[in-house]
Design a protein. Structure first.
Length: 212
């Protein structure tokens, strides 16, 4: 029997927070372990409960969702971050993915789709709301040079494998190189793209056309 995906929900809006919590409780394979009304409470719960996924509303209040994401990545916590934006803010989405968030969606998302998103990010996938994609691509072009010109052929090749959900050991076997070499290439690509995680690097590379 598969272990349930544990979820924390944090949002200052009681009505929206209650709706997400209810959807989590009713979803197969998900288990609600905590809810919070602000960033400070959310971060404390993440540190204490280590949920698989944290759904954070933006804006979140006292401690911004972005700061919670930074703390989770900085401290190496296992929790995946899903940000729910109030507005179609491409700049916020770009910054969130670069900081290490696993997903950026908007409040327009249907609950069933959001529940699927929670299981997808636990599998290592990066999820971006369709309505944010055009704005994010524009933001990437505005912020820097074409990633295709900065990433090496090998870095792009490895990121394609990462995008397909392959583990480091499987990529190493497929390319007949060491696992440490794969990790080095991923780290170098992430640094070039300004990403703090491999998921964020893949998201930025895909949106910029670097993996085409």
């Amino acid at each position: 029997m598969k272990r349930q995906v544990t979820v924390l929900v944090a949002d200052p809006c009681r009505i929206y927070r209650s709706g997400v919590c209810r959807a989590v409780r009713q979803a197969t394979g998900l288990a609600l372990v905590a809810e919070a009304v602000d960033g400070e409470t959310a971060l404390r719960a993440i540190e204490e409960r280590a949920p698989d996924v944290a759904v954070l509303g933006v804006p979140l209040g006292d401690i911004a969702a972005e700061r919670v994401t930074n703390a989770v990545v900085r401290d190496g916590l296992p929790t995946r971050i899903v940000l729910v934006l109030t507005d179609l803010d491409a700049a916020t989405a770009f910054a969130a993915l670069a900081r290490g968030a696993s997903a950026c969606v908007t409040r327009r998302i249907e609950m069933a789709t959001l529940m699927r998103c929670l299981t997808e990010v636990v599998r290592g996938e990066t999820v971006l709301a369709p309505e944010l994609q055009t704005g994010l691509a524009r933001e990437i072009r505005r912020r820097g040079p074409d990633s295709r010109a900065t990433l090496s052929v090998r870095e792009r090749e490895i990121l394609r494998h990462v995008a397909e959900g392959r583990a480091t050991i499987d990529i190493a076997r497929a390319l007949r190189i060491r696992e440490s070499t794969v990790k080095t290439h991923v780290a170098n690509a992430s640094e070039k793209l300004g990403a703090s995680t491999r998921a964020a690097a893949v998201a930025i590379a895909i949106r910029s056309g670097a993996l085409d």
